[in-house]
Design a protein around this ligand. Structure first.
Ligand code: NAD
Length: 395
């Protein structure tokens, strides 16, 4: 069976004349442009207001989507009070997510927030609690949950198509600002495919040597970080395990007792990718031994079946589907694909990794104590590194 494509799903769910959601965008930078692309293609959405501390950013996005001058704001509080949207998308820097989410929830406005959910677990807990108290939906944009390749992979795992899931392995440049900000995507994907994590064993490197407390930095807008590369092992509650090493870009291998799957997103390490433009492949080892390892080469690699052709090699659909499922949840149907609790769990994995490296031990999750492990290592002279916008590309 082939999954429905996003346009088909939207047409089936949102018949013309159904409820329209008045949406405000807070933060009009790089990722907001992707949100706006998806929102403007959604049949039940109207972009009614934009907000950015940068006049140029809010005017550019506002003009593009026909938002009148009076609905372009410099202060998010003004957007919440004057536009009174049903939903806000929080697309600002991570240090503002908690404050903006709480303010929106207090006004009964549903929140779709960019990753990472927040700078630490206390902030994430406050966001989750504020939304629960107000009875509004909180969704986090770990958009790989909306990617039909991973939706199909999860289905196949649940059907036992590659036997029992034993191992996840991924390359993703991690450490420093990338760990919380971007590897959290990978960790969310790990949880999506393999469930909750029971422990983490991690190594953090700086310039190829083990990171020390001297390597802790305070990143403007993005919080505490250390190192520029990681090597980590995660143990899942199911008994499966996962590896993450610090090169490439979300190149993921999923290994079961009777087959494997491979996903590629343009990583440096595995280039040249030998499978053309198709970015998801799998192999069902029909002759794999029961309870043992899949016999190597037992079956050839094939494009992942059941994924709409249009979604096999592009990612915008993943944002659109994640946003749509969030709106369905606002409309009373189910939960967002990635809830606040899931966003919290992904940064907890990153913090567990730091805790493991700096304690020299395997660290059980939930993280105890829940404080950011780098907070106690920060010194009065810990440098604050100015924000550097990421250099384009996927995240
Ligand atoms: N899901 C993804 O694939 C993905 C990709 C890129 C970025 N992100 C996340 O999105 C968020 C934004 O990243 P970006 O790359 O778009 O950054 P960006 O710098 O391009 O844009 C952020 C915008 O927010 C504005 N802003 C900051 N604080 C504000 C405030 N208090 N009120 C109003 N506007 C404010 C800035 O002026 C800027 O225009 C981050 O959390 C980042 O991790 C997610």
């Amino acid at each position: 069976m082939v999954l429905a494509s996003l346009p088909e799903e939207l047409a089936q769910r949102w018949t013309p004349g159904t409820r329209r959601f008045r949406v405000g965008l807070i933060g009009c930078g790089r990722i907001a442009r992707q949100h706006a692309t998806s929102l403007s293609a959604h049949p039940a959405v109207e972009i009614v207001a934009v907000c950015d501390v940068s006049t140029a950013a809010r005017d550019q996005l506002g003009a593009r989507y026909g938002v009148p001058d009076a609905m372009r704001f410099a202060e998010y509080g003004d957007l919440l009070a004057r536009a009174q949207p049903d939903v806000v998308h929080v697309c600002t820097w991570p240090d503002t997510h908690a404050e903006i989410t709480a303010a929106a929830a207090e006004r009964g406005i549903h929140v779709y927030c960019e990753k990472p959910i927040a700078l630490d677990l206390q902030q994430a807990d406050a966001m989750i609690a504020a939304c629960r108290r107000a009875g509004v939906v909180l969704g986090i944009n770990h958009h790989r949950r909306g990617d039909s390749r991973f939706i199909r992979a999860r289905q196949l795992l649940q059907e036992g198509a590659i036997g029992d899931l034993r191992m996840l392995r991924a390359e993703h440049g991690g450490g420093g600002r990338r760990l919380m900000s971007m590897s959290a995507h990978l960790y969310d994907l790990y949880r999506y495919l393999a469930g909750d994590v029971a422990w983490v064993n991690g190594l953090v490197l700086t310039n190829g040597r083990e990171a020390t407390p001297d390597d802790v930095v305070d990143l403007q807008y993005e919080g505490l970080a250390a190192g520029d590369e990681v090597a980590a092992q995660f143990g899942f509650a199911s008994g499966a395990y996962g590896f993450h090493d610090g090169l490439g870009h979300v190149d993921v291998e999923v290994v079961g007792t009777r087959g494997r799957m491979h996903f590629w997103e343009g990583g440096a390490v595995r280039r040249p990718w030998p499978f053309g433009e198709v970015r998801a492949i799998w192999s069902h080892a029909t002759r794999g031994a029961e309870g043992g390892r899949a016999a190597p080469g037992a079956a050839p690699w094939e494009p992942l079946d059941g994924v709409p052709e249009t979604e096999l090699s592009e990612t915008q659909h993943a944002h659109g589907r994640s946003i749509d499922r969030f709106l369905r949840a606002v409309d009373g149907e189910g939960q967002p694909l990635c809830r606040g609790e899931d966003g919290r769990a992904s940064i907890e994995m990153a913090m567990g990794l730091y805790a493991s490296h700096f304690s020299g031990r395997r660290v059980p999750l939930p993280l105890t104590p829940p404080e950011h492990p780098l907070a106690s290592l920060r010194r009065p002279d810990t440098p604050v590194k100015p924000y550097v916008p990421p250099a384009g590309g996927a995240s």
